[in-house]
Design a protein around this ligand. Structure first.
Ligand code: ADP
Length: 250
């Protein structure tokens, strides 16, 4: 689904990504791991259109998407969530979900005036969709809480919920597990697996928690020093000498 070819990203004279090539298969939950500074986040940022590459190409479903803006990628179904979830704190969880689609018709005054009935109908459909998403993620009880007041793990679920509001195809998740308690981490893992199996989502996940990666991801891609070092099942990766050396900094 995603092919990255010989990607380079320099910051001034520093090469953060230096010739990374990888594939993310359709329908997979692919893990991306590697020591700090390996270039994982930079790679994510380039794929998701937040940084232009210095050279190299990115393809999605055979189409060259290199350098497309996050907005353009969003419309192709490629989404990236963030290490720190960007919710609108003063709005409720449900309102946050309803904010997501950017092609709502209520945008211009003309539309508002002449199409009030249609808009009201669309808003109802949006609200119903938001409720179905909350139900799927088992967080219906949070619907009317202000997003600022929910926990870090619940914000991650809200981020997943936002991807469901736009029916994403491929989702890049950044450190889902950071600072999230065990039970909520299980809820998040469960939601990822169900989105993958039931909705056909493809995931690429950066995560430091190896248990989480081993449980969810196949294959796992290991990056070190801006390149792909190894790829395989979690069990296979953990036995790979080059991977062990990269982690131990030898
Ligand atoms: P990872 O996510 O694997 O920890 P990063 O992609 O965040 O790695 O960083 C890779 C390297 O690039 C690091 O050495 C980091 O300091 C450097 N780097 C990342 N972003 C920038 C930037 N905007 N300017 C300069 N150096 C950066």
């Amino acid at each position: 689904m995603i092919i990255v070819e010989d990607l380079h990203k320099n910051f001034g004279g520093f090469q953060a990504v230096r010739g990374a090539s990888l594939e993310i298969a359709k329908g997979s939950i692919t893990g991306l791991i590697g020591p700090n500074g390996a270039g994982k986040t930079t790679l994510f940022n380039v794929i998701a259109g937040r940084l232009p590459p210095s050279s190299g190409r990115v393809f999605m479903d055979g189409e060259d998407i290199t350098g497309l803006s996050p907005h353009e990628l969003f419309h192709s179904g490629l989404l990236r969530t963030f290490q720190i979830a960007h919710e609108f704190g003063a709005m409720t969880v449900r309102e946050n979900l309803m904010m997501v689609p950017s092609n709502q018709k209520g945008e211009t005054l003309w539309n508002t005036w002449f199409r009030r009935r249609e808009i009201a109908k669309e808003e109802r459909a949006l609200a119903e969709k938001a409720d179905a998403v909350l139900d799927f993620l088992t967080i219906s009880h949070l619907a009317h809480q202000k997003a600022a007041n929910i926990s870090g793990g619940q914000k991650k679920l809200l981020e997943l919920g936002r991807t469901m509001m736009v029916d994403a195809k491929v989702v890049f998740l950044d450190e889902v597990g950071a600072g999230v308690n065990r039970s909520l981490l299980n809820t998040i893992a469960d939601a990822i697996v169900r989105l993958n199996k039931e909705r056909g989502y493809t995931f690429c996940i950066i995560e430091h928690d190896m248990d989480f990666i081993a449980r969810l991801c196949d294959p796992v891609i290991v990056m070190a020093e801006g390149k792909v070092l190894a790829k395989g099942s979690a069990a296979h990766i953990m036995e790979n000498d080059a991977v062990i050396e990269a982690y131990l900094g030898r």
